[in-house]
Design a protein around this ligand. Structure first.
Ligand code: IVH
Length: 721
């Protein structure tokens, strides 16, 4: 379908409202919402029914993003049958987004039998089971493909969505319909609503055949079967997917209108009866020994399976126990992925280079003669740090029997799951003559500042924080990364190029890109190599869309040392809104007093992280850059889960003493699930102290502050209403 070059001039007032950094007041917003609903509905009609769009894709996306922002700020303006509720509408560009009815999770990893034993011990502790109490798990191969969610209603496939960020995936329904293992209609009597989750993968023979066809056609071959499967499923043209042989194993589910079964194993059998392929190597195990024996069996079978697997997944079999165990932020407590040993290869190390990270850490990287490791071509691998190269660990004890790693050495390279390849050992007998021990630099290779290794630290850091271009560009790459702002079309490569030319020096510059380099500007993006009208417009629209951002993503994006994705989510949930968070960090600056204590009392925040966050806010340059950034953003408050009808929503709870009806971990998870905050220390901000037998100083403090103190029984009856 042809795209119009420009949108009608009548849209200009709405477009300029969409470009303004600040949102309008409520009255103006109401007018804009009305107009946007009309314009977007008309544009949809013109696009889908008449095949004659009158608004450009970029303007359409910009207007839609603006409507979303307005409704987030003024939810009561949401109209019935809003264009925003038409989920899964045909995509204007790329794939439509689908919000998963239940989040798509990932799995916690274990690497050796000890980790599996700890997993079992943890589950038992959490559930209050003794080591000898019976407890069954399922063990099944972990397929190395990409996960897919299939929604069936009344037994018919309604849509298929990729995992995306776990909350929102891409609508790949048309493509999924071409996969033979995915039934369009289910057999038997399925639940009215059934979301089946599983893995799309490509077999080894099909992968080889596809790659030789790619090479013959002059196209780039895929690096491994997983990339080939992902590339094949995510085709805008479903006929291409249809021509690629993809397979699907079902292993889990999302929303259900009625339970599938009482156990994981019975649920899998039910999925098979409904018409899905389930993995034949799935086994129910009633002991740790049986789990590990099944792992060994799968490991031995690995090379003859004909498809890639990268681990064994153990799941608690009893679904009622799964429900009790519940979820962490992105993984279920009741499952563990036991990774298979990495496959190794030998190659020559050509050169050692130093990369400077966003916190200034100097990381040595091995440039290798390319080699295939477990189906993947590897040409770079990490060397960890100075000590690792020198052949000693952080305590000075020898590793590799003290053998150092040199440029020119023959080395073993291995991959463990998804992580970056690593250099393992050195083949000393193949060491070429004339090699020299590697000398770790004393200055930053990017900005020349001193590189300093603090006592007790494994890494050397560049001291040129604000002048070091490498740190600045890495901070920007982090800012746009997937778990942060995740701006489509703005990846590491583009950020580097924009930084290099001075277009983007700090995060706020990203949002100013359209004003400075949009159509008609002296230095338009379209004049750069690789950018055309459409791709530039798409980029501006993608940036505009991210002007509304979740608090947790924003905190994570700032790249504060020690604040990862989970900690950012924790801080967001604890403070709720950006102003509350920023003010609290200001108030905590002198590292004493109430704000500082509250920060440290957040379960999961230690003194090192607390100090890093406060230090970050303390720096004037950071504050100024933050002010410039925040002027562009609408920050969505963090939501406490299930708060509507919970008697403890928003309350701060402290558990102390022994709990008799459930473990501490379970109590904490349950309280948080009901929207409460669980803190480790008692203060005037505490709402309820749940005190079991043996409660000591916390109880005394609570009494002196006149706080509500409940027994475990009273607490449980409060929850049960
Ligand atoms: S269960 C609620 N079972 O591994 C748990 N996942 O690293 C949902 N995967 O995102 C996952 N084989 O894409 C499960 N037998 C299996 C699996 C499996 C592969 C993938 C899945 C998940 C990823 C986590």
């Amino acid at each position: 379908m042809d795209q119009p070059h420009t949108s009608p001039a009548s849209l200009e007032p709405l477009l300029s409202a969409a470009r303004a950094p600040k949102l309008p007041d409520r009255i103006r917003a109401a007018g804009q919402v009305d107009a946007l609903e009309q314009v977007l509905a008309a544009a949809n009609l013109a696009y889908h029914q008449d095949d004659a769009p009158d608004v450009t894709d970029a303007d359409y996306d910009r207007l839609k993003a603006h409507l979303k922002r307005l409704l987030q700020a003024y939810p009561d303006l949401h109209q019935p049958r809003s264009v925003l509720d038409q989920v899964g509408a045909a995509p204007r560009s790329g794939f439509a987004k689908i919000t998963h009815a239940r989040r798509m999770l990932s799995l916690a990893n274990g690497f050796d039998p000890q980790d599996v034993a700890e997993f079992d011990a943890f589950i038992r502790r959490y559930l209050g089971l003794a080591p000898q109490d019976p407890l069954a798990y399922t063990a099944e191969p972990k397929i190395d493909g990409l996960s897919l969610s299939l929604r069936f209603e009344g037994g018919s496939l309604v849509y298929a969505a990729t995992r995306g960020d776990g909350e929102v995936g891409e609508d790949v329904t048309n493509n999924a319909r071409t996969v033979a293992d995915i039934p369009q209609k289910l057999k038997g009597t399925p639940p009215e609503i059934l979301e089946v989750r599983g893995e799309i993968y490509m077999s080894h023979p099909d992968f080889e055949a596809l790659n030789s066809a790619q090479t013959k056609a002059g196209a780039k071959p895929f690096a491994n079967p997983r990339n080939a499967a992902a590339g094949s499923l995510r085709q805008l043209d479903a006929t291409i997917t249809a021509a690629r042989p993809l397979h699907f194993f079902a292993y889990a589910w999302g929303e259900l209108s009625e339970p599938l079964a009482e156990t994981q194993s019975a649920a899998l059998a039910r999925l098979a009866a409904l018409g899905f392929a389930t993995n034949p190597l799935t086994q129910r195990c009633t002991s740790l020994e049986a789990m590990l024996a099944h792992y060994d069996l799968i490991a031995e079978t690995r090379s003859s399976l004909g498809y890639d697997i990268d681990g064994v997944v153990y799941k608690v079999d009893d679904l009622a126990l799964q429900a009790r165990l519940g979820l962490r932020s992105t993984t279920p407590r009741w499952a563990l992925a036991h990774k298979l040993k990495a496959e190794e290869a030998v190659t020559q190390l050509e050169k050692i280079e130093i990369q400077v990270g966003r916190t200034g850490a100097l990381s040595p990287v091995a440039r290798l003669v390319p080699v295939t490791v477990g189906g993947v071509v590897v040409s770079n691998a990490t060397l960890h740090n100075e000590d690792y190269i020198a052949g000693r660990d952080s305590t000075g004890a020898p590793i590799r029997e003290g053998v150092d790693i040199r440029e020119g050495d023959w080395v073993t390279v291995y991959r463990a799951g998804d992580v970056i390849p690593k250099v393992g050992g050195v083949l000393l007998d193949r060491r070429p003559p004339g090699t020299m021990p590697y000398r770790f630099p004393k200055t930053c290779p990017e900005c020349g500042s001193d590189a300093v290794r603090e006592p007790g630290e494994a890494v050397a850091r560049c001291t040129g924080a604000l002048i070091c271009p490498a740190q600045a560009v890495e901070r920007l790459k982090h800012f746009v990364s997937r778990a942060a702002f995740d701006i489509e079309g703005l990846g590491a490569k583009q950020v580097e190029a924009f930084f290099h030319d001075g277009w983007v020096r700090e995060p706020s510059d990203i949002f100013a890109l359209e004003d400075r380099h949009g159509p008609g500007s002296a230095e338009a993006l379209t004049t750069r190599e690789g950018w055309a009208t459409k791709s530039a417009a798409n980029l501006f629209a993608a940036i505009a869309e991210k002007r509304t951002i979740a608090l947790a993503r924003l905190i994570f994006a700032l790249g504060i040392r020690h604040v990862g994705e989970t900690s950012a989510a924790l801080l967001a949930r604890s403070y709720g809104t950006w102003p509350a968070f920023a003010q609290a960090m200001d108030a905590a600056q002198d590292q004493q007093g109430e704000a500082w204590e509250i920060l440290n009392a957040i379960d999961g925040v230690g003194p090192v992280m607390a100090q890093a966050v406060v230090d970050f806010f303390h720096q004037d340059t950071n504050r100024a850059a933050l002010d410039r950034l925040l002027a562009w953003l609408e920050v969505e408050p963090a939501q406490a889960p299930q708060i509507d009808d919970s008697p403890v929503a928003g309350k701060t709870i402290v558990f102390t003493g022994t709990l008799e009806r459930m473990t501490r971990a379970e109590a904490k998870a349950r309280a948080e699930g009901l929207g409460a905050k669980v803190s480790g220390s008692v203060s005037a901000k505490t709402d309820i102290v749940v005190a079991g037998p043996g409660a000591g100083s916390k109880r005394t403090k609570a009494e002196s502050l006149g706080l509500t103190i409940l027994t475990e029984e009273e607490w449980l009856s409060l929850l049960d209403g």
